[in-house]
Design a protein around this ligand. Structure first.
Ligand SMILES: Cc1cc2nc3c(=O)[nH]c(=O)nc-3n(C[C@H](O)[C@H](O)[C@H](O)COP(=O)(O)O)c2cc1C
Length: 304
């Protein structure tokens, strides 16, 4: 085909293609620059950051399960100041978008961090992880209470003019309701899914496999549930939806696009092969050419 248009618009950002590497599975990006040319990706999302540094959870933090992994990294990160000093400068010369994943323990922390990040050079947008307990409200997770999620997004929206993507937790009964709440709060897009709360026990030691007892399940094991959730959300809201959960190759990515995802993220697959993102871009191009489709946008939600 003469010209394939892979561009996708998410809020104010135009991605050159719909393939993004997901937060927590690609370090801060720079560590992987010898394995993959980041400029071929639609966007890079570095490890989630908070206002203050976080040590994370006790080891073991990763356990392999059938078709996936359990992780309990516990959002370990060097904190905002260290991030701006040592990580941000690398992003300025990249020719791809960098979207910063961030989180807080209270609404005030979320708002403060969003306003610090607003307009920093090298940053194209923000992805707000709402799968965190609100310490002030006894650990209720923002991402599982539609009213709290609405209020949080509304407050953060006022603090930033950047493209604001809300990353939804799948640990809810009605994911479409959560998506509608954050849409009403002023989000520019939603991304889903984050990991599913899960655990595993070693029958010989009778102890949990993770130091934190519970963790989050990701990888191919969660893909069919993630596809169903992306489908439900994309029918419920008018915002662009970024789909993820177990994407290992181009076919998996196209499945998410067909049920309504405008873009997709690759997570666990990066831990096996950091070049997965590039391979998915190539695979999508091949699929479009074979099916004589000249624009990726024609595929979004095109499932019959
Ligand atoms: C080791 C690891 C660390 C992660 N860290 C974060 C994080 O810091 N912030 C976040 O929003 N999601 C984080 N995630 C979730 C992923 O970005 C992604 O939403 C999830 O793993 C589902 O996609 P996948 O099945 O392709 O991995 C992490 C996942 C893994 C496996």
């Amino acid at each position: 085909m003469e010209h394939l248009d892979l561009t996708v618009k998410i809020g104010k950002i135009t991605l050159k293609n719909p393939v993004i590497v997901s937060s927590g599975t690609f370090g801060f990006g720079e560590e992987l620059k010898d394995f993959i040319d980041l400029n071929h990706l639609g966007a890079v999302i570095p490890k989630g950051i908070s206002l203050e540094p976080m040590k994370g959870n006790p080891p073991p933090r990763i356990f392999e399960t059938a078709g996936g992994i359990l992780n309990s990294i516990g959002l370990q990160n060097p904190g905002y100041k260290e991030f701006v000093k040592n990580r941000l400068p690398y992003y300025k010369n990249l020719k791809t978008h960098v979207i910063i994943n961030f989180f807080g323990n209270t609404q005030e922390e979320y708002v403060e961090l969003a306003s610090h990040l607003d307009g920093l050079p090298g940053i194209s947008g923000l992805e707000m992880n709402i799968s965190c307990p609100n310490i002030k409200r006894c650990g209720i997770v923002f991402g599982t209470d539609p009213r709290m999620a609405y209020r949080l997004v509304r407050a953060v929206r006022k603090a930033t003019t950047s493209t604001l993507i809300i990353k939804l937790s799948p640990n809810v009964t009605d994911i479409a309701l959560m998506a509608k709440s954050v849409e009403e709060g002023g989000a520019d897009a939603v991304s889903l899914v984050n990991t599913f709360r899960a655990m595993a026990v070693n029958v010989h030691t009778k102890k949990p496999e993770l130091g934190n007892i519970t963790g989050g399940l990701s990888g191919p094991a969660i893909k069919p549930i993630a596809v169903r959730m992306v489908w439900e959300v994309s029918r419920a809201i008018d915002l662009p939806v970024i789909g993820m959960g177990g994407i290992m190759n181009a076919e998996d990515a196209i499945e998410f696009i067909l049920v309504g995802a405008s873009a997709i993220q690759i997570g666990t697959a990066n831990l096996i092969n950091p070049r997965t993102g590039i391979e998915v871009v190539q695979g999508i191009k091949k699929y479009l050419a074979q099916n004589k489709i000249n624009r990726i946008q024609k595929l979004v939600g095109a499932f019959e």
